[in-house]
Write a protein that binds this ligand. Structure first.
Ligand code: HH2
Length: 307
């Protein structure tokens, strides 16, 4: 990693990814991040577990997220929170497929399937999903890479140290930003070598996946460095534990802290944010942009004030 102090400016933008090619459409990536709305059809997700297990409740929530301005809907049927138990593919399919079938072809925004199991991704793609959001970065199931190649699905490659069952048992790094960067570079190159084009690949540092507070903060502060991989950068800070740790209050309402993280990431040109609270984050980002929050900071001394 470069040691020079550096802050991204508009001069740096031309090398950042400007589109994410999905299976059947292209998402234009602009200055303000797109929002991936989270829909967990699980009994045990860390912040919304059990809320959308009933298919109709999940479908209603999907429409609500789209109405609030989500650009992508991410549907998951297995929690990957620390210590969550894996569920068999059949159970994951039983949770997500009725929801996907009710939404596909109707919901105007593209659907992403949050799974590391090829059997789940295959059926979701058949039903109309456009993106495979794989928290194992396509390492969890050998059938996932060929599936992505054959279907032309877009992929999100996320960094995780360990597995959800082990990842919070004292995760260690010498240089978390450098190591996560290298991991994503290797996974990007493996995807490219297998035949997944660069424009279909997004990368994600995996906030909370095998990371302590200092690691999460270093990754949030340095997310802009991932632009050098040439792929859209996606980050999921939403309602995560680091927020309570920063606040020194494990009971705090983490939605406010999510907004703070989202603004810091937007400032660094992160193209996609995965969030539960779409309306709240979207409104904050729109006002942040209008107030100049995405403009380069003018360098040099401030003009002399009145004497
Ligand atoms: N975080 C979670 C799940 N999937 N995918 C990506 N690409 N990036 C993330 O940061 C990410 C993710 C965990 O959050 P959530 O879905 O709310 O919880 P759970 O895994 O308990 O369902």
């Amino acid at each position: 990693m470069s040691e020079e102090p550096f802050y991204p400016t508009d001069d740096f933008r031309p090398m950042w990814a400007a589109v994410w090619q999905l299976r059947t459409r292209r998402l234009a990536l602009g200055r303000r991040p797109l929002l991936m709305g989270v829909l967990n059809v699980t009994p045990d997700s860390f912040s919304d577990g059990g809320q959308f297990l009933e298919p109709q409740a999940a479908v209603d929530h999907a429409w609500r997220l789209a109405a609030e301005g989500a650009d992508i809907l991410d549907i998951g049927g297995e929690s990957t929170r620390p210590y969550a138990q894996p569920v068999p593919a059949q159970e994951e399919l039983r949770r997500v497929m009725p929801v996907l079938e009710a939404l596909a072809g109707r919901l105007p925004i593209p659907i992403s399937i949050d799974t590391y199991k090829a059997a789940v991704a295959r059926q979701a793609l058949d039903a109309g999903a456009e993106i495979i959001n794989d928290v194992t970065a396509l390492r969890g199931d050998p059938a996932m890479v060929p599936l992505a190649v054959q279907t032309g699905a877009a992929v999100c490659l996320m960094h995780m140290q360990g597995t959800p069952q082990t990842m919070q048992e004292n995760p260690q790094y010498e240089d978390v930003v450098g190591e996560v960067y290298e991991f994503l570079r290797r996974r990007r190159d493996a995807a490219l070598a297998a035949g997944i084009p660069l424009e279909r690949i997004a990368v994600d540092p995996g906030i909370g996946f095998g990371k302590q507070l200092e690691h999460n903060l270093a990754l949030l502060q340095n997310a802009w460095r991932l632009h050098a991989l040439g792929c859209p950068v996606l980050v999921g800070p939403s309602r995560k534990r680091f927020i309570g740790q920063v606040l020194g209050d494990s009971e705090a309402d983490r939605r406010y802290g999510t907004v703070g993280a989202a603004l810091a990431l937007a400032r660094q040109g992160v193209q996609i944010l995965r969030v539960h609270d779409v309306a709240m984050v979207r409104q904050a980002l729109m006002v942040f942009e209008a107030a100049g929050g995405l403009d380069p900071i003018p360098l040099g001394a401030p003009p002399a004030g009145p004497t």
